[in-house]
Design a protein around this ligand. Structure first.
Ligand code: ADP
Ligand code: MG
Length: 334
């Protein structure tokens, strides 16, 4: 066949392969949009592990009627306008491709009422249709029947329980980063998490439990433009899996080899190889010092000065664990 341009719809379905791996990836994108919109109350409803339906309602700034069709276009965003913006991006999103990708592999609608608008509007992705709607404020994104039109992808979905567990992980990651936002998660009509807005500590307690906080040290260190804060477990609270490890860079949950290594090293003398520490740590640095545009789902980042970050995280944790008295302190011999 001769070289030819692909139709938009197919381009979006191909792109969806990168952004929308499973229901949890949809939830991540939609939740991050709600955060970027300045929401204070967010309600998440899932059906059948998110495969049948993901519905997220927020009370954020909303989308004006004439921008609703654009929200569904690829490379359309309200968050950056230049390379300069990209290099110091402060929002979770900026690629302008999530909604287009999700719309290409599901039945999606957006209902939204922009601040100051007389009423809400609803747009259906396919067929594209804009109509007046009822909504007091904010935005409701409704994603139904994920992969209904891409059977090859649908085959890779796991059981309802597994897909829900992935969605729950995403929900917890966002919830830990944003204690200032009230969040609720329901699955098949039953509330599974209800989190009022509150302090960082209260949010950590709600999600990781009293046991974790009782056996954790509060971490707080600053050096130059780097700051890390949060909680890290003492050896008494180690786990057999990595299920309680949360690391954020400028509010974004990331999985980073360098950081994981620095943390491992800090625990090396006090924790057995088969045990894993639990932690919720927030690294803050000048946005210029980190590239978040490495991966479509943005779970990987690249540090400009990775050595400095490694040393900083290592020393901050090492010091905290060493000065924590009893067990940890003596085990470190300090
Ligand atoms: P990105 O987040 O990278 O900009 P998306 O495809 O996720 O791209 O969203 C496209 C645009 O739609 C956003 O830039 C934003 O203007 C708008 N948008 C999406 N979700 C919301 C929301 N919940 N509230 C307000 N605006 C939203
Ligand atoms: Mg987005």
């Amino acid at each position: 066949m001769p070289i030819h341009l692909l139709p938009d719809h197919l381009i979006n379905q191909i792109a969806a392969g990168e952004v929308v791996e499973r229901p949890a990836s949809v939830l991540k994108e939609v939740l991050e949009n709600a955060m970027d919109a300045g929401s204070t109350v967010v309600d998440v409803q899932l059906e059948q592990g998110g495969v049948r339906r993901i519905r997220v309602a927020d009370d954020g700034c909303g989308i004006p009627k004439d921008e609703l069709p654009l929200a569904l276009e690829r490379h359309a965003t309200s968050k950056i306008a230049s390379l300069d913006d990209l290099e110091r991006v402060g929002t979770m999103g900026f690629r302008g491709e999530a909604l287009a990708a999700i719309a290409a592999v599901s039945r999606m609608s957006i209902t939204s009422r922009a601040d100051g608008a007389p009423h809400a509007w609803r747009i259906d992705a396919d067929p594209r249709e804009l109509a007046p709607a009822a909504l007091n404020h904010g935005t409701v994104i409704d994603v139904a029947d994920l992969y209904f039109n891409t059977p090859a992808r649908r085959k890779f979905l796991k059981s309802e329980g597994t897909e829900f567990a992935h969605c729950d992980d995403v929900f917890r990651r966002v919830a830990l980063a944003r204690p200032d936002v009230a969040l609720q998660l329901s699955h098949n009509g039953r509330v599974s998490q209800r989190l009022p807005a509150g302090t960082r500590e209260a949010r950590v307690r709600a999600l990781l439990g009293d046991d974790f906080l009782a056996a954790a040290r509060s971490v707080e260190a600053e050096s130059g433009l780097l700051r890390v804060h949060g909680f890290a477990s003492l050896p008494a609270y180690s786990r057999s899996s990595r299920d309680a490890q949360f690391f954020y860079v400028n509010g974004r949950f990331v999985r980073d080899k360098l950081v994981t290594h620095a943390i491992r090293e800090a625990y090396a003398d006090i924790l057995h190889g088969s045990r894993h520490p639990a932690y919720v740590l927030f690294l803050e640095l000048d946005p210029f010092g980190v590239d978040v545009n490495v991966h479509p789902a943005k779970i990987e980042v690249r540090f400009r000065d990775s050595r400095a970050v490694h040393q900083f995280v290592y020393h901050a944790l090492n010091r905290t664990l060493a000065t924590s008295g009893a067990g940890a302190g003596s085990a470190l011999g300090s």
